[in-house]
Ligand binder design. Structure first.
Ligand SMILES: [Zn+2]
Length: 259
């Protein structure tokens, strides 16, 4: 092997990490490519180094909130600065792995911290939803969304019924009970092969929509306690919807509502 060609050890110790970062000078890349193309072990190491870096970047750019993302990227820059580019790959791999672990921990902590505080209205709706998964007995005309709409106009003055056919859910039943203070509370159950959704309808003078989540056509959508929860109102009539389907399903269904 000539002096101007890389041997296996040289490539791993001096070139691998920079190669994965695509930071080699032209003449270095020529030598590196020559070695890697003839060395299966280095091809594998290069692939896994690239994959690991890409994982960390994805973690830092996709999952993390902006502030955390910036902190992770700053930490990665610091690692790069300290490693003087040609650091031995083992140490560098350890550094990347610990950054990935750190990032995962930070994300877990941050996700916990930004989780919404307990919302009694959502908690009650979730409790009703879980019960509806076990049993649900209709007591109002509810063969279709139209029938439900008529029922709700009759009892609440607004047609609080939704068409969820775009996400595979059909009306499975409707019921109106009296809450403990004598006010009516409506329940609409939608079912499909992928799951179910319960809409809870009631009058309320004050309802504060929690911050966070997203809003589609005036309907607030949240990920709450592992459920997807949507909330909206017409005047003082509120509707809270709970499902185990992803929030993206709710967003898709509501996006088809007229503006
Ligand atoms: Zn090699």
């Amino acid at each position: 092997m000539g002096a101007d060609t890389l041997d296996h050890k040289q490539y791993i110790e001096r070139y691998l990490s920079a190669d994965a970062d695509d930071e080699l000078e032209n003449h270095e890349r020529r030598d590196a490519t020559a070695h890697v193309s003839g060395c299966e072990e280095c091809r594998r190491m290069l692939d896994s180094e690239i994959a690991m870096k890409s994982e960390v970047k994805k973690l830092a750019t996709v999952t993390a909130p902006v502030e955390l993302r910036n902190r992770i990227m700053a930490a990665l820059d610091e690692v790069d600065r300290r490693s003087q580019r040609r650091v031995r790959p083992l140490r560098r791999a350890v550094a990347w792995t610990s950054i990935a672990a750190l990032a995962a921990c930070l994300i877990a902590v941050t996700v916990l911290r930004i989780q919404q505080p307990a919302n009694p209205a959502f908690d009650a709706a979730i409790e009703s939803f879980v019960k509806s998964e076990q049993s649900f007995a209709s007591n109002v005309p509810s063969k279709s969304a139209d029938e439900l709409a008529v029922t709700y106009i009759d009892r609440f003055g607004v047609p609080m019924a939704w068409d969820f056919s775009s996400i595979g859910l059909e009306v499975a039943g409707g019921r109106i009970d009296q809450s403990s203070d004598g006010r009516p509370i409506g329940y609409s159950l939608y079912k499909g092969s992928r799951g179910s959704l319960l809409a809870v309808i009631y009058r309320n003078d004050v309802f504060n929509f929690p911050v966070g989540g997203e809003t589609v056509k005036g309907i607030h959508i949240y990920h709450y306690r592992g459920y997807s929860v949507a909330a909206t109102n017409r005047y003082s009539v509120f509707c809270i919807m709970v499902t185990r389907l992803p929030t993206s399903d709710l967003a898709q269904a509501f996006s088809q509502l007229p503006s």
